[in-house]
Design a protein around this ligand. Structure first.
Ligand code: MG
Ligand code: MG
Length: 268
């Protein structure tokens, strides 16, 4: 069942989504070679709580997710556990953050590169982010979920030859972290649920450099690429409107923090 949001509810959701964006920017300012993802997770959780919110992911699911953020390094696509391992030059880390505030969740993700990365990984990051906006372009009243799905898949898989993860999808968002409808990153135009004003969804391409196939790590959560090649993940929260989606999360501050951090590669 799809829960349509009132204008007032959308504004509360914007607060949650913006806090996620600020958390990601705060994390971006602290990433460097030698830092562990466990340290970054602590920095993020402290920031979320200092801003009057709780981390949505902590204790979520079965087995309960044990951390505030998902930190997925290199071949980890999503749902990675923060670890004590030091990040090093050439790593990429996808940071996925959820917060719960005023009764609503925000949920956004961003992939960062540490030091020098290969050209193919630069392109993977740029193309995955671009595919998110191609999906958002189709997220307007009167279209269908499949129009978003097709836009992401067509650009990443057909045009660029990447692997589009099938097992995990975007989703409705609101009082619950995962609401209807599911928003796959693959599909056919003109199919799926009709997009209507007041729907809030998370669009989140998870794109692999190589094969689309993934497997579940033995920790019960981390999703990894079958061929061990890296994956990228960017996620926005948007509200469906008549002519143009209202993007509730924002990458502006994250991108500024990324550019200002000499340890991050931002020129992709
Ligand atoms: Mg997320
Ligand atoms: Mg999500």
């Amino acid at each position: 069942m799809i829960h349509y949001k009132t204008r007032e509810e959308v504004e509360l959701m914007r607060i949650s989504s913006q806090l996620v964006s600020k958390t990601l920017a705060h994390v971006a300012a602290h990433i460097k070679a030698g830092t562990s993802t466990a340290e970054l997770d602590k920095i993020a959780e402290d920031f979320i709580r200092a801003n009057g919110a709780t981390p949505s992911f902590k204790g979520y699911g079965n087995p309960p997710f044990p951390f505030a953020c998902c930190m997925s390094v290199n071949d980890a696509v999503v749902h990675g556990f923060p670890t004590k391992n030091a990040l090093k030059d050439g790593d990429i880390v996808s940071v996925d953050v959820g917060v719960f505030k005023n009764g609503f969740h925000g949920d956004s993700a961003y992939t960062f590169a540490i030091g020098e990365i290969t050209d193919e990984v630069k392109h993977l990051m740029a193309d995955t982010k671009a595919s998110l906006y191609k999906g958002i372009e189709k997220a307007v009243h009167g279209n269908r979920v499949g129009d978003i799905s097709f836009a992401v898949q067509d650009y990443t898989e057909r045009e660029r030859g990447y692997g589009v993860v099938r097992e995990l999808v975007g989703h409705g968002l609101g009082r619950k972290l995962h609401e209807d409808p599911q928003v796959p990153n693959y599909g056919k135009r003109g199919t799926g649920a009709k997009l209507k004003e007041g729907m809030v969804i998370a669009i989140e391409p998870m794109i692999n450099l190589g094969t689309k196939n993934v497997y579940h790590d033995k920790d019960g959560w981390t999703i990894r690429t079958e061929d061990g090649k890296p994956a990228a993940h960017y996620e926005h929260n948007i509200c469906i409107q008549k002519n143009k989606a209202d993007i509730l999360s924002a990458f502006i501050e994250i991108e500024a923090a990324e550019k200002a951090n000499p340890d991050l590669f931002a020129d992709y």
